[in-house]
Design a protein around this ligand. Structure first.
Ligand SMILES: Nc1nc2c(ncn2[C@@H]2O[C@H](COP(=O)(O)OP(=O)(O)OP(=O)(O)O)[C@@H](O)[C@H]2O)c(=O)[nH]1
Ligand SMILES: [Mg+2]
Length: 292
């Protein structure tokens, strides 16, 4: 993880000898600058100030530990769990360009290489662009996994329907489906997702059905608005944050986690199949604050 910009400023801040008003104001500023958002920055600074006063904290290590503890309480982290029997379906959603298709390939690789899942099938539910279908086919070829697809412009609900039937026929353990991130407008996107969701729900028996939202770390605080739209439309079970290898500040994990209460499961750290890591909240806070 290479969160830029905040570690240095916060480290310098925590070198201060005097934890007065100026320190707390600057801390709040630094957190906002790191994309933590106004409400979490304000609230956690106030809680820290109160804790420092009550406990008489004068040591910067202790103060930093206290702040990490406050932020840690907002974070939800959990890897995606699969049912041992039956078909598990992951529907991957998110706005265009965030890294959905790349993340699908990384997830498929993760479940195969690290979690011992043998029979994985990919479904090209983004029928909006021909290139999206081709991209998934290429990735499927590289992974040695079947890809169920129809023609561009096909009804994504029908593609999912076929995909699930095919997965059941092949006794697949895991199906990962792509979806379009861009439609004519937001309402069309939400409507289509709701329709796909209904079809998948009615077809999944046993196993599990989970919706995975991909957010792009470089999007910053706007991620929260995106997450709320998707969570409101279909309900999100798990989040993957892509492009954490970029110059992103990374702070948005805190307000998104807190607002949705949905776990962050993995971080995307590059474009290769192996570039996916489980989200570790303590490691994340250490990286965000530049360690102790
Ligand atoms: N550096 C970096 N680049 C990434 C990562 N994940 C995805 N990308 C790149 O981001 C771009 C978009 O990725 P896609 O997977 O095509 O994104 P998408 O959400 O499927 O896009 P649409 O299908 O157009 O909605 C590609 O150039 C990817 O290689 C990541 O973790 N790190
Ligand atoms: Mg795509």
């Amino acid at each position: 993880m290479a969160w830029k910009g905040i570690g240095k400023r916060l480290r310098e801040l925590f070198l201060a000898r005097d934890f007065g008003d100026e320190f707390f104001d600057e801390l709040e500023d630094a957190m906002m600058e790191a994309d933590i958002g106004v409400s979490v920055a304000t609230e956690s600074t106030a809680a820290l100030r109160e804790a420092a006063r009550k406990k008489g904290i004068r040591d910067r290590g202790e103060l930093l530990g206290e702040l990490k503890g406050i932020l840690r309480s907002f974070l939800v982290a959990r890897e995606i769990a699969l049912a041992p029997d039956g078909l598990n379906v992951l529907l991957v959603v998110g706005v265009n360009g965030v890294g959905k298709t790349t993340t699908i390939a990384k997830l498929a690789h993760h479940f195969h290489a690290r979690r011992g899942i043998e029979r994985i099938l990919l479904v090209a539910g983004d029928t909006f662009r021909a290139a999206a279908i081709d991209q998934l086919k290429v990735l499927g070829g590289r992974l040695g996994m079947p890809v169920i697809a129809q023609e561009p412009g096909a009804d994504p609900g029908a593609v999912l329907f076929d995909g699930i039937a095919s997965a059941v026929a092949r006794n697949s353990q895991l199906l990962i489906a792509d979806t379009a991130g861009r439609l004519h407008n937001k309402d069309a996107l939400v409507k289509e997702l709701a329709k796909i969701d209904k079809i998948v729900r009615s077809r999944v028996e046993g196993g599990s059905y989970q919706k995975v939202l991909v957010l792009d770390a470089t999007t910053g605080q706007n991620s929260l608005a995106q997450a709320e739209v998707f969570h409101g439309a279909v309900g999100i079970d798990s989040i993957v944050l892509s492009k954490c290898d970029s110059t992103a500040k990374g702070g948005m994990i805190v307000p998104v986690s807190r607002a949705l209460g949905v776990p962050f499961s993995y971080l995307g750290l590059g474009e290769r199949l192996e570039d996916l890591e489980p989200f570790d909240p303590d490691e994340y806070l250490d990286a965000l604050f530049g360690g102790r």
